[in-house]
Ligand binder design. Sequence first.
Ligand code: NAP
Length: 541
Amino acid sequence: MRVNVPTSASATQLLRTRIGKICVAIIGTTAAEMIEKATAVVKETPFLEFRLDYLEKPLAALPKFKQFFADNTAAAGIATCRREANGGKFAGSLAAEMEILSKAAAAGFVLADLELESAEALKKGEFEKLRETGIALIISHHDFTATKDLDKIYERIAPFQPDFVKIVPTAKTLTDNVTLMRFLERMNENSNIIGICMGDAGIISRVLGLRAGSAFTFAAATPGEETGPGQIAARTLLETYRVDQVDAATKVYGVAGNPIKSSLSPVMMNTAFRRETVNAVYLALQAAKVADLLKLVQEIPIQGLSVTMPHKQEIMAHLEHTDPLSAKIGACNTVLRAQDGKLYGFNTDVAGIVGPLEKRLSSLKGVKALVLGAGGAARAAVFGLRDKGADVFILNRTLETAQKLAKQSGSKTMKKEALAKTPFDVIINATPIGMAGQKAAPLLESKDLNTKLVFDLVYNPIETPLIRLARQQNIPIITGVEMFVQQGARQFEIWTGKPAPEEEMLRVVIHSLRQQAEAAAASHAEENGASSKPVKRPKAS
Ligand code: NAP
């Protein structure tokens, strides 16, 4: 069944010329707060959804919105007053919701969002009365548990003949995004459908949904003001993901891991693509299972992957071919999908460690290196260094793991007590110690830093306790940010065949880390009683 656009198809088309591809959801506890936020974004993104359900008295606030629309004639607003039962915050009755939406047109709103459940509960004629107010209508359905029954939901909405059909399921897997996007593609002849998957795994639909046929998508005004799980801030959608430029030819890449939400790879790689004018987009892929990820790679299709914990080892079994170092290390962090769909694996973590070292030490042959840790990153360091002829020592919390790696790689193990008396050319930290949020005690004291160079693979924070200690002793350092950028730069080159814009990548990573540190400090201050009020967390959209 298709929606036959009700009152006038041309009216809806006219409306579509007024609204953009990105609708910014505005929340706040007072109308004044919402209007202040709307005023801050309206020039960049004039299409706004006002979540009236966040207000204590939405009806009384309508005159204020009327003034906003009078002052901002280019703005196009959706009035949403979603009831609690349907995932919103409005505690009033259905009749009260209808009264608010019915008066929204007179207040300058061009669209009203009515949940399917509310629409179905209306008495005969009430829906038509809302339509008669002249406001265009969205009928929306949110599923907070799964992505299922999309066609059935559509068939429930269709008889209402709204101007827009909004279907918002939750992605529990990556391939749930494929289910939604195939649905959007099938419905393509009806261009008035909005489809988005909620959840951390749903970001694919938020970026690629427009290309699949979604009439528009929703974004948060700023990070922290999301009105639905997984929602992205408008500026991030536009500047990082360039959603307005994603077209049929845009190649899709991504970083797969679990968890992946706070990865800096998307901002770094999308910046590189933009800088080098590569028509590509890079997404954070919340992958609980490798099988789900592989299905997504073939279905979208995805042209290349950065693979991170916990999938670096497991992915190996699914690759057509891996480079010799990846095979030795037993881990792969880079996948390239060839024209024929076959997957090729590489390990650029090695280059991310060896490259910065060669820059400082020219040749690694005969260099005496101490590696702290014996996990994935340590394996890349140990095999990379051994491959270049370095003399490698391993110190790890669990001695057996160190012994095993030493045996595999032709290295030696080292005891902590011997450090003060043993000089090294470089000490490399490949443990998580020093990472933001890590509470473990430092591994080394100043007397242990008997070395010409310290390389901390940890990149968040930029200045780790180990880096600080080395600086205090005037020992040259390499930060984990350099490794992060170098491994990403090599991935960019493998995928595109172009030299990576390393400086730009470094700049954006440092900027993002500083922003994260500032946000963490602000939230810490707030927890300790500073005054700024937390925004109430919403439930849906
Ligand atoms: P992993 O496979 O889990 O290995 C962690 C290693 O650290 C293990 O050897 C573990 O020892 C040791 N370890 C963990 N907690 C410890 C503690 N409290 N005290 C002493 N040793 C401890 O992790 P990974 O993938 O190798 O990553 C390690 C770190 O490298 C990450 O935290 C990340 O910060 C950094 N890294 C950076 C980049 C980059 O691009 N800059 C890339 C990858 C990784 P046991 O064997 O005893 O468990």
